[in-house]
Ligand binder design. Structure first.
Ligand code: 5GP
Ligand code: ZN
Length: 114
């Protein structure tokens, strides 16, 4: 756990969150500032900075997160589709430096993103 990391604190239960799914490796919780009718963040409990820090040693968690995302999308009724976004670094618009995937759905999305 990275002591000054908000999402590490959420994963450890030190900061409360509205949970959508949890297991020993990942946590999914509702975004504080939702950008779609369904807006869930899926994070590894282990601290990984961003997509830029994925390595052969830790990449299995990404596959697991996508399995959780597919299950949540089905559970939340996103049969018309959804979007998964992971912002990385300054140009990517990342504001919390702990790897997370936004699962967004319940409305039509635009492309390209701003
Ligand atoms: P980023 O901009 O890094 O891709 O996404 C960070 C997301 O985390 C934002 O959508 C923001 O609303 C959300 N967020 C930041 N702090 C908290 C928090 O303490 N609790 C929850 N539930 N969401 C948070
Ligand atoms: Zn962290």
């Amino acid at each position: 756990m990275k002591m000054d990391c908000v999402f590490c604190k959420i994963a450890a239960g030190e900061i409360p969150s509205n949970k959508a799914y949890e297991d020993e490796k990942v946590l999914a919780f509702y975004d504080l500032d939702p950008q779609a009718p369904v807006h869930i963040l899926i994070i590894p409990k282990e601290h990984i900075g961003s997509c830029a820090d994925i390595t052969p040693e830790n990449s299995a968690i990404v596959a697991h997160i996508f399995e959780v995302a597919a299950k949540l999308a089905e559970e939340k009724g996103l049969s018309e589709g959804f979007r998964i976004v992971s912002n990385a670094g300054k140009d990517g618009g990342q504001t919390v430096p702990h790897l997370h995937f936004h699962l967004l759905g319940g409305r039509s999305m635009e492309w390209p993103p701003g």
